[in-house]
Write a protein that binds this ligand. Structure first.
Ligand SMILES: Nc1ncnc2c1ncn2[C@@H]1O[C@H](COP(=O)(O)OP(=O)(O)OP(=O)(O)O)[C@@H](O)[C@H]1O
Ligand SMILES: [Mg+2]
Length: 359
Protein backbone atom coordinates (compact mmCIF):
# COMPACT_ATOMS: atom_id res chain seq x y z
CA UNK A 1 0.00 0.00 0.00
CA UNK A 2 1.23 3.50 -0.72
CA UNK A 3 0.21 6.82 0.77
CA UNK A 4 -0.09 10.45 -0.28
CA UNK A 5 2.32 12.88 1.33
CA UNK A 6 1.38 16.48 2.05
CA UNK A 7 3.52 19.35 3.18
CA UNK A 8 1.29 22.34 3.91
CA UNK A 9 2.93 25.74 4.34
CA UNK A 10 5.87 24.15 6.09
CA UNK A 11 8.66 26.31 7.48
CA UNK A 12 11.65 24.95 9.36
CA UNK A 13 13.99 27.35 11.13
CA UNK A 14 17.25 26.50 12.84
CA UNK A 15 17.68 29.56 15.06
CA UNK A 16 17.14 32.56 12.79
CA UNK A 17 17.98 30.60 9.62
CA UNK A 18 15.09 29.21 7.58
CA UNK A 19 16.22 25.91 5.99
CA UNK A 20 12.68 25.44 4.59
CA UNK A 21 10.42 28.41 3.84
CA UNK A 22 6.68 28.07 3.38
CA UNK A 23 6.77 24.89 1.30
CA UNK A 24 3.50 23.38 0.12
CA UNK A 25 3.75 20.12 -1.79
CA UNK A 26 1.24 17.33 -2.42
CA UNK A 27 2.81 14.03 -3.49
CA UNK A 28 0.44 11.44 -4.97
CA UNK A 29 0.22 7.87 -3.71
CA UNK A 30 2.51 5.73 -5.86
CA UNK A 31 4.32 8.72 -7.32
CA UNK A 32 8.08 8.97 -7.87
CA UNK A 33 8.81 12.52 -6.77
CA UNK A 34 12.31 13.96 -6.81
CA UNK A 35 13.60 16.88 -4.77
CA UNK A 36 16.32 18.41 -6.93
CA UNK A 37 18.54 21.26 -5.86
CA UNK A 38 22.05 22.39 -4.96
CA UNK A 39 23.88 21.55 -1.74
CA UNK A 40 22.35 23.22 1.30
CA UNK A 41 19.01 24.07 -0.34
CA UNK A 42 17.00 22.05 2.22
CA UNK A 43 16.44 18.65 0.57
CA UNK A 44 17.49 16.49 3.53
CA UNK A 45 15.56 18.76 5.89
CA UNK A 46 12.42 18.20 3.80
CA UNK A 47 12.89 14.41 4.02
CA UNK A 48 13.50 14.62 7.76
CA UNK A 49 10.28 16.60 8.17
CA UNK A 50 8.35 13.87 6.32
CA UNK A 51 10.04 11.11 8.34
CA UNK A 52 9.45 12.91 11.64
CA UNK A 53 13.11 13.43 12.58
CA UNK A 54 12.43 17.18 12.48
CA UNK A 55 9.38 19.12 13.64
CA UNK A 56 8.26 22.04 11.47
CA UNK A 57 8.44 25.53 12.98
CA UNK A 58 5.16 26.24 11.18
CA UNK A 59 2.79 24.29 8.94
CA UNK A 60 1.74 20.64 8.89
CA UNK A 61 2.82 17.28 7.49
CA UNK A 62 0.24 14.79 6.18
CA UNK A 63 0.40 11.10 5.31
CA UNK A 64 -2.73 9.87 3.60
CA UNK A 65 -5.68 11.42 5.44
CA UNK A 66 -3.72 11.91 8.65
CA UNK A 67 -2.01 14.96 10.10
CA UNK A 68 1.25 13.40 11.37
CA UNK A 69 2.98 16.66 12.29
CA UNK A 70 3.29 15.63 15.92
CA UNK A 71 3.79 11.87 15.47
CA UNK A 72 7.25 10.44 16.24
CA UNK A 73 9.12 8.74 13.37
CA UNK A 74 8.35 5.18 14.49
CA UNK A 75 4.59 5.86 14.33
CA UNK A 76 4.79 6.99 10.68
CA UNK A 77 4.44 4.42 7.84
CA UNK A 78 7.62 5.77 6.31
CA UNK A 79 11.09 4.39 5.82
CA UNK A 80 14.30 6.01 4.73
CA UNK A 81 17.38 4.97 2.78
CA UNK A 82 20.33 7.08 3.85
CA UNK A 83 23.11 8.33 1.64
CA UNK A 84 25.73 6.47 3.70
CA UNK A 85 23.53 3.29 3.80
CA UNK A 86 24.26 3.02 7.57
CA UNK A 87 24.51 -0.79 7.48
CA UNK A 88 25.50 -2.70 10.63
CA UNK A 89 29.05 -3.94 9.95
CA UNK A 90 28.83 -6.89 12.37
CA UNK A 91 25.61 -8.28 10.82
CA UNK A 92 25.45 -10.20 7.56
CA UNK A 93 23.08 -9.31 4.71
CA UNK A 94 20.13 -11.27 6.11
CA UNK A 95 20.78 -9.84 9.59
CA UNK A 96 20.82 -6.29 8.25
CA UNK A 97 17.66 -6.75 6.20
CA UNK A 98 15.77 -8.41 9.07
CA UNK A 99 16.88 -6.00 11.77
CA UNK A 100 13.78 -3.79 11.72
CA UNK A 101 11.43 -6.78 11.80
CA UNK A 102 13.20 -8.29 14.82
CA UNK A 103 12.99 -4.90 16.57
CA UNK A 104 9.24 -4.94 15.94
CA UNK A 105 9.07 -8.37 17.60
CA UNK A 106 7.85 -10.14 14.46
CA UNK A 107 8.02 -13.94 14.70
CA UNK A 108 11.17 -15.64 13.43
CA UNK A 109 9.42 -17.62 10.70
CA UNK A 110 7.71 -14.58 9.23
CA UNK A 111 10.90 -12.53 9.51
CA UNK A 112 12.76 -15.24 7.55
CA UNK A 113 10.10 -15.28 4.86
CA UNK A 114 9.98 -11.51 4.45
CA UNK A 115 13.77 -11.17 4.50
CA UNK A 116 14.05 -13.76 1.75
CA UNK A 117 11.39 -11.98 -0.27
CA UNK A 118 13.16 -8.61 0.08
CA UNK A 119 16.54 -10.11 -0.80
CA UNK A 120 15.05 -11.67 -3.94
CA UNK A 121 13.43 -8.37 -4.84
CA UNK A 122 16.78 -6.56 -4.91
CA UNK A 123 18.62 -9.49 -6.60
CA UNK A 124 20.94 -10.38 -3.71
CA UNK A 125 20.05 -14.09 -3.49
CA UNK A 126 23.12 -16.11 -2.56
CA UNK A 127 24.80 -13.31 -0.65
CA UNK A 128 22.74 -13.64 2.56
CA UNK A 129 25.72 -14.57 4.74
CA UNK A 130 28.11 -11.86 3.57
CA UNK A 131 29.03 -8.94 5.79
CA UNK A 132 28.87 -5.37 4.40
CA UNK A 133 32.67 -5.18 3.92
CA UNK A 134 32.45 -8.23 1.63
CA UNK A 135 30.03 -6.46 -0.73
CA UNK A 136 30.49 -4.01 -3.58
CA UNK A 137 29.06 -0.49 -3.35
CA UNK A 138 26.07 -1.43 -5.50
CA UNK A 139 25.36 -4.53 -3.41
CA UNK A 140 25.52 -2.51 -0.19
CA UNK A 141 23.10 -0.06 -1.72
CA UNK A 142 20.70 -2.93 -2.41
CA UNK A 143 20.97 -4.17 1.18
CA UNK A 144 20.00 -0.70 2.41
CA UNK A 145 17.07 -0.72 0.02
CA UNK A 146 15.93 -4.23 1.06
CA UNK A 147 16.20 -3.23 4.71
CA UNK A 148 13.86 -0.29 4.10
CA UNK A 149 11.42 -2.25 1.93
CA UNK A 150 11.09 -5.24 4.25
CA UNK A 151 9.18 -3.11 6.78
CA UNK A 152 6.51 -2.49 4.12
CA UNK A 153 6.44 1.30 4.37
CA UNK A 154 3.76 3.27 2.53
CA UNK A 155 6.32 5.91 1.65
CA UNK A 156 10.02 5.44 0.97
CA UNK A 157 12.39 8.37 1.40
CA UNK A 158 15.70 8.11 -0.44
CA UNK A 159 18.45 10.63 0.31
CA UNK A 160 20.96 10.60 -2.57
CA UNK A 161 21.04 6.79 -2.43
CA UNK A 162 23.16 6.42 -5.56
CA UNK A 163 25.80 9.08 -5.02
CA UNK A 164 28.50 6.62 -3.87
CA UNK A 165 28.27 4.52 -7.04
CA UNK A 166 30.35 4.85 -10.19
CA UNK A 167 28.65 6.23 -13.28
CA UNK A 168 27.80 2.92 -14.92
CA UNK A 169 26.47 1.18 -11.83
CA UNK A 170 24.57 4.32 -10.97
CA UNK A 171 22.74 4.22 -14.28
CA UNK A 172 21.91 0.55 -13.78
CA UNK A 173 20.62 1.17 -10.24
CA UNK A 174 18.54 4.12 -11.46
CA UNK A 175 16.68 1.83 -13.83
CA UNK A 176 16.34 -0.92 -11.21
CA UNK A 177 15.02 1.46 -8.56
CA UNK A 178 12.51 2.83 -11.00
CA UNK A 179 11.37 -0.66 -11.96
CA UNK A 180 11.05 -1.65 -8.31
CA UNK A 181 9.04 1.46 -7.53
CA UNK A 182 6.62 0.71 -10.37
CA UNK A 183 6.36 -2.93 -9.41
CA UNK A 184 5.60 -2.15 -5.75
CA UNK A 185 3.51 0.95 -6.50
CA UNK A 186 5.16 2.72 -3.56
CA UNK A 187 5.41 6.46 -3.04
CA UNK A 188 9.07 7.41 -3.47
CA UNK A 189 10.48 10.75 -2.36
CA UNK A 190 13.94 10.80 -3.86
CA UNK A 191 16.65 13.38 -3.27
CA UNK A 192 19.41 14.17 -5.71
CA UNK A 193 21.45 17.10 -6.91
CA UNK A 194 22.03 15.34 -10.22
CA UNK A 195 19.66 16.74 -12.82
CA UNK A 196 20.09 13.87 -15.26
CA UNK A 197 19.18 11.39 -12.55
CA UNK A 198 16.08 13.43 -11.72
CA UNK A 199 15.01 13.56 -15.38
CA UNK A 200 15.56 9.80 -15.81
CA UNK A 201 13.64 8.61 -12.79
CA UNK A 202 10.88 10.98 -11.75
CA UNK A 203 7.18 11.28 -12.38
CA UNK A 204 7.56 14.85 -11.14
CA UNK A 205 10.47 16.98 -10.03
CA UNK A 206 10.42 19.70 -7.37
CA UNK A 207 13.27 22.13 -7.95
CA UNK A 208 14.39 23.41 -4.57
CA UNK A 209 16.38 26.60 -4.08
CA UNK A 210 17.16 28.21 -0.72
CA UNK A 211 14.44 26.37 1.14
CA UNK A 212 11.70 27.07 -1.41
CA UNK A 213 10.22 25.13 -4.31
CA UNK A 214 10.99 27.09 -7.48
CA UNK A 215 9.10 24.77 -9.79
CA UNK A 216 7.11 21.56 -9.63
CA UNK A 217 6.50 19.66 -12.82
CA UNK A 218 7.13 16.60 -14.96
CA UNK A 219 10.65 16.13 -16.32
CA UNK A 220 9.40 17.46 -19.68
CA UNK A 221 7.85 20.55 -18.10
CA UNK A 222 10.86 21.53 -16.02
CA UNK A 223 13.16 20.97 -18.99
CA UNK A 224 11.11 22.57 -21.74
CA UNK A 225 9.19 25.20 -19.78
CA UNK A 226 11.42 26.22 -16.88
CA UNK A 227 9.63 28.69 -14.62
CA UNK A 228 12.68 30.63 -13.49
CA UNK A 229 16.25 31.31 -14.59
CA UNK A 230 17.41 29.16 -11.68
CA UNK A 231 15.29 26.21 -12.80
CA UNK A 232 16.50 26.67 -16.38
CA UNK A 233 20.16 26.67 -15.49
CA UNK A 234 19.90 23.90 -12.90
CA UNK A 235 18.19 21.43 -15.21
CA UNK A 236 20.34 20.96 -18.27
CA UNK A 237 22.74 23.26 -20.01
CA UNK A 238 21.28 26.43 -21.33
CA UNK A 239 21.92 29.74 -23.06
CA UNK A 240 20.33 32.55 -21.06
CA UNK A 241 20.62 35.84 -22.89
CA UNK A 242 19.01 39.21 -22.13
CA UNK A 243 16.99 40.46 -25.08
CA UNK A 244 14.75 43.34 -26.15
CA UNK A 245 12.00 43.51 -28.78
CA UNK A 246 12.89 45.48 -31.92
CA UNK A 247 9.92 44.80 -34.19
CA UNK A 248 7.01 42.61 -35.03
CA UNK A 249 5.89 40.61 -38.11
CA UNK A 250 2.39 39.33 -37.39
CA UNK A 251 2.63 36.81 -34.57
CA UNK A 252 6.43 36.82 -34.64
CA UNK A 253 8.39 39.16 -32.46
CA UNK A 254 11.90 40.16 -33.51
CA UNK A 255 14.17 40.22 -30.49
CA UNK A 256 17.72 41.56 -30.29
CA UNK A 257 19.89 39.51 -27.96
CA UNK A 258 22.84 40.75 -25.98
CA UNK A 259 25.68 41.09 -28.46
CA UNK A 260 23.41 42.06 -31.35
CA UNK A 261 22.00 38.81 -32.79
CA UNK A 262 18.36 39.16 -33.85
CA UNK A 263 16.06 36.18 -33.53
CA UNK A 264 12.36 35.50 -33.86
CA UNK A 265 10.17 34.61 -30.89
CA UNK A 266 6.41 33.82 -30.86
CA UNK A 267 4.97 37.17 -29.74
CA UNK A 268 2.62 35.61 -27.17
CA UNK A 269 5.62 34.29 -25.22
CA UNK A 270 6.96 37.76 -24.51
CA UNK A 271 5.97 39.08 -21.05
CA UNK A 272 3.29 41.71 -21.71
CA UNK A 273 4.74 45.20 -21.94
CA UNK A 274 8.29 44.20 -20.95
CA UNK A 275 11.10 46.12 -22.65
CA UNK A 276 13.60 43.42 -21.62
CA UNK A 277 13.40 39.73 -20.83
CA UNK A 278 15.63 36.67 -20.57
CA UNK A 279 15.74 34.49 -23.65
CA UNK A 280 16.49 30.82 -23.07
CA UNK A 281 17.81 28.56 -25.80
CA UNK A 282 18.86 24.97 -25.10
CA UNK A 283 22.20 24.19 -26.79
CA UNK A 284 20.77 21.17 -28.61
CA UNK A 285 18.14 23.40 -30.21
CA UNK A 286 20.77 25.40 -32.08
CA UNK A 287 21.05 23.80 -35.52
CA UNK A 288 24.60 24.01 -36.82
CA UNK A 289 25.75 23.26 -40.33
CA UNK A 290 28.94 23.91 -42.30
CA UNK A 291 26.76 24.99 -45.26
CA UNK A 292 23.97 27.57 -45.32
CA UNK A 293 20.68 25.76 -44.61
CA UNK A 294 17.79 26.22 -47.05
CA UNK A 295 15.67 28.08 -44.53
CA UNK A 296 15.37 31.80 -43.91
CA UNK A 297 16.72 33.31 -40.73
CA UNK A 298 19.99 31.46 -40.55
CA UNK A 299 23.05 33.32 -39.34
CA UNK A 300 26.81 32.86 -39.33
CA UNK A 301 28.87 32.15 -36.26
CA UNK A 302 32.48 31.33 -35.51
CA UNK A 303 33.35 28.22 -33.50
CA UNK A 304 35.47 29.57 -30.63
CA UNK A 305 35.76 26.24 -28.84
CA UNK A 306 34.97 22.66 -29.70
CA UNK A 307 34.75 20.02 -26.97
CA UNK A 308 34.50 16.42 -28.16
CA UNK A 309 32.26 14.35 -25.88
CA UNK A 310 31.96 11.14 -27.84
CA UNK A 311 28.31 11.04 -28.84
CA UNK A 312 28.11 14.82 -29.07
CA UNK A 313 30.24 17.86 -29.84
CA UNK A 314 29.87 20.85 -27.54
CA UNK A 315 30.53 24.15 -29.26
CA UNK A 316 31.05 27.67 -28.01
CA UNK A 317 29.97 29.99 -30.82
CA UNK A 318 30.07 33.72 -31.43
CA UNK A 319 28.39 35.82 -34.08
CA UNK A 320 30.46 38.53 -35.75
CA UNK A 321 28.46 41.16 -33.88
CA UNK A 322 29.37 39.49 -30.60
CA UNK A 323 26.54 37.26 -29.32
CA UNK A 324 28.08 34.20 -27.65
CA UNK A 325 26.16 30.98 -27.11
CA UNK A 326 26.59 27.23 -26.82
CA UNK A 327 25.45 24.49 -29.14
CA UNK A 328 25.46 20.71 -28.87
CA UNK A 329 25.54 18.70 -32.06
CA UNK A 330 25.34 14.95 -32.53
CA UNK A 331 28.38 13.14 -33.87
CA UNK A 332 26.42 11.17 -36.37
CA UNK A 333 29.21 9.76 -38.42
CA UNK A 334 32.96 9.67 -38.31
CA UNK A 335 32.93 10.41 -42.06
CA UNK A 336 30.47 13.29 -41.89
CA UNK A 337 31.17 16.96 -41.43
CA UNK A 338 33.69 17.48 -38.69
CA UNK A 339 33.52 20.83 -36.96
CA UNK A 340 36.59 22.53 -35.55
CA UNK A 341 37.42 25.62 -33.56
CA UNK A 342 38.07 28.45 -35.99
CA UNK A 343 35.48 27.27 -38.55
CA UNK A 344 32.61 29.49 -39.57
CA UNK A 345 29.27 27.70 -39.49
CA UNK A 346 25.64 28.48 -40.24
CA UNK A 347 23.15 28.34 -37.40
CA UNK A 348 19.42 28.52 -37.20
CA UNK A 349 16.78 28.34 -34.52
CA UNK A 350 13.11 27.45 -34.53
CA UNK A 351 11.09 30.21 -32.90
CA UNK A 352 9.11 27.51 -31.09
CA UNK A 353 12.24 26.32 -29.28
CA UNK A 354 12.84 29.70 -27.65
CA UNK A 355 11.62 30.17 -24.08
CA UNK A 356 11.23 33.63 -22.58
CA UNK A 357 11.42 34.44 -18.87
CA UNK A 358 10.77 37.78 -17.16
CA UNK A 359 14.09 39.60 -16.67
N1 LIG B 1 20.34 20.88 12.69
C1 LIG B 1 20.66 21.96 11.99
N2 LIG B 1 21.03 23.11 12.62
C2 LIG B 1 21.34 24.22 11.92
N3 LIG B 1 21.32 24.30 10.58
C3 LIG B 1 20.97 23.21 9.90
C4 LIG B 1 20.63 21.98 10.56
N4 LIG B 1 20.32 21.06 9.63
C5 LIG B 1 20.46 21.68 8.44
N5 LIG B 1 20.86 22.96 8.59
C6 LIG B 1 21.09 23.95 7.53
O1 LIG B 1 19.95 23.98 6.70
C7 LIG B 1 20.32 24.10 5.33
C8 LIG B 1 19.70 22.96 4.54
O2 LIG B 1 20.34 21.74 4.94
P1 LIG B 1 20.02 20.36 4.24
O3 LIG B 1 20.82 19.32 4.92
O4 LIG B 1 18.56 20.19 4.20
O5 LIG B 1 20.57 20.63 2.77
P2 LIG B 1 20.63 19.64 1.51
O6 LIG B 1 19.84 20.27 0.42
O7 LIG B 1 20.27 18.28 1.93
O8 LIG B 1 22.17 19.72 1.12
P3 LIG B 1 23.18 18.56 0.56
O9 LIG B 1 22.88 18.43 -0.92
O10 LIG B 1 24.53 19.16 0.78
O11 LIG B 1 22.94 17.32 1.35
C9 LIG B 1 21.82 24.14 5.30
O12 LIG B 1 22.24 25.48 5.19
C10 LIG B 1 22.24 23.53 6.62
O13 LIG B 1 23.46 24.07 7.06
MG1 LIG C 1 21.33 16.45 2.07
Amino acid sequence: MSARVGLRQVTKRFGAFAAVSDVSLEINAGEFLTLLGPSGCGKTTLLRLIAGFEQPTAGSVWLGENDVTHLPPYRRPVNQVFQSYALFPHLDVAGNVGFGLRMQGIAAAETRRRVEEAITLVSLTGLESRRPHQLSGGQRQRVALARALVCQPQVLLLDEPLSALDAKLRLQMQLELKRLQRQLGLTFVFVTHDQEEALTMSDRIAIVNQGRIEQLGTPHEVYHQPATAFAASFVGETNLLPGEPVGRDGTALRVRLEGGLEITVPAERWPAGASRALVLIRPEKVHVSPRPPEVPGSFEALIEEEIFKGATDHLVLATRAGTRFRAVVANESAHGDILHAGDTVHCNLHADDVVVLPA
